[in-house]
Design a protein around this ligand. Structure first.
Ligand SMILES: [Zn+2]
Length: 471
């Protein structure tokens, strides 16, 4: 008697041979996959029919900032810097552990409903050192696999000064190293959670803390994951301060290598792409966030052709979505459109970014990312019995180019069914949504009158002037 049997689906295995098994079954016991094939004859405590459905590895969201879940829609269609000043800082500088918990719960709910089984969250909002523990507990209880990136900012937040009243999330170098150790000890390899270290970006962290972070990551044998060359201005900043481009500077400081993860990597020179390839450094591509903010399009097809491991991420509220299928589709479309080449990124490569490569980025490729014997059973079932997904036959292009996160029927993490027939079993959906609204109101109330006025602003008739920065 095994724990779970998924029967008779189109199984996109993502195994070494990239088998797609029509009418296939997946047998799961003790949280692991014990067999994948046709007509498996197991007695199971629970059987899920996958007839007319795709069965595939759960999606991996390699980069997010879930604290922003509570402030989505508060300021929009704006450049990052004025958005920070007018909307982000006044609100997030006041985030309490309770707000952190409510935002993470909303994000967790949305992730599970979109078939995401692994989330990597870069949490640097240390307005209270308990915040990150609250978030991690929420993910753990929701049943998600998480790689939590402990953020380190001792200088600025998104380039803003430490002497501003809003910079409550910036902490001293000694405090951050001490707290990073404590957090790692508590949560690394604890159930479904692993820990990485995450400097904000070159401008957010002192060189001394950056060097200590690299040293600590080596000692603990964990990833260092950080924003690199995400916006064009950062190269001017690093050239002015260090005489090097952003990635070149990270390389000089020892951040490149198989344990180095670059978020965005939009503005890389050809030489820098060679450095990333030669050092085995990994990339998380966030195409919607990059596009929404007007930051550009990362050279993904070039990176893939150089053998660089590229995963996908949503980034923060700027993306307005946790639907990884939407992110994946955008990644492929942007490359095709800008390269004038329909073959520049294929459906197969896109699926790899969503699963196997996403796992490699997090250093979890031996455990997740494919449906093969011995791997942890992070599996989703996507319902194709819908007009926009029919007719079927060739399943993968329909999954990548037509399916939506809301087509995911069941979400399974390590053999545990966390969503069945679109109902999340590990969370009280109604309560999570009510808590999120209450916590958003609490935050906006405490942010002050200007934020309340901005929230109530009428339809902008006079163009972008209404968003003009007032300091
Ligand atoms: Zn980010």
């Amino acid at each position: 008697m095994i724990d779970l049997l998924i029967k008779n689906g189109a199984v996109i295995t993502m195994d070494g041979e990239r088998r797609v098994i029509e009418g296939g079954d997946v047998a799961i016991d003790g949280g692991k996959i014990i067999e994948v094939g046709k007509g498996l004859a197991y007695e199971a405590k629970k059987t899920l029919s996958a007839e007319g459905c795709v069965v595939c590895p759960g999606f991996i969201n390699g980069h997010s900032h879930v604290y922003q879940s509570l402030i989505e829609g508060l300021g929009y269609d704006m450049h990052f810097d004025p958005w920070n000043w007018r909307f982000l800082f006044p609100v997030v500088s006041k985030v309490t552990p309770e707000n952190a918990r409510a935002g993470a719960a909303l994000a967790a709910l949305e992730l599970i409903k979109n078939g995401v089984t692994t989330i990597s969250d870069h949490w640097y909002l240390h307005t209270n050192m308990n915040n990150i523990y609250q978030v991690t507990e929420v993910f753990d209880r929701a049943g998600l696999r998480a790689q939590m990136v402990f953020g380190l900012l001792d200088q600025t937040f998104a380039g803003e000064r430490i002497d501003s009243e809003y910079m409550t999330m910036i902490q001293s170098e000694d405090m951050l190293i001490k707290e990073a150790r404590r957090y790692h000890k508590t949560w690394h390899k604890n159930r479904r959670t692993t820990v990485a270290l995450g400097p904000g970006s070159t401008e957010d962290i002192s060189e001394s803390l950056m060097i200590k972070t690299v040293k600590l990551a080596k000692e603990l044998d964990i990833n260092v994951s950080t924003h690199v060359a995400g916006w064009i201005e950062i190269n001017s900043y690093t050239i002015r301060h260090f005489g090097e481009r952003d990635l070149e500077h990270f390389h000089s400081l020892g951040l490149t290598g198989p344990r180095g993860v670059l978020f965005h990597a939009v503005w890389l020179s050809d030489r820098e792409i060679e450095i990333v390839a030669d050092t085995g450094t990994k990339v998380v591509h966030c195409p919607i966030a990059n596009a929404y903010l007007g930051y550009g399009i990362a050279p993904v097809s070039q990176m893939l052709s150089r053998g660089i491991t590229v995963g996908l991420g949503t980034d923060g509220a700027a993306s307005y979505t946790y639907d990884m299928l939407e992110v994946a589709r955008t990644a492929a479309m942007l490359q095709k459109a800008t390269k004038l080449d329909a073959e520049s990124v294929t459906a197969e490569e896109t699926m790899e970014m969503l699963t196997t490569s996403g796992a490699k980025v997090l250093g979890l490729e031996d455990e997740i990312g494919a449906l093969e014997v011995g791997k942890k059973a992070d599996v989703i079932v996507v319902d194709f019995k819908a007009p926009h997904l029919l007719p079927v036959g060739r399943w993968l292009p329909k999954l990548i180019y037509s399916a939506r996160g809301s087509d995911v029927l069941h979400t399974i993490v390590e053999g545990q069914i966390v969503m069945e027939d679109r109902k999340v079993l590990t969370m009280d959906e109604q309560k999570v949504m009510e808590d999120a609204m209450a916590n958003r109101e609490d935050l906006i109330e405490r942010a002050g009158q200007e934020t309340r006025d901005l929230e109530a602003m009428p339809w902008p008739k006079s163009g972008p002037a209404w968003r003009a920065i007032v300091k």
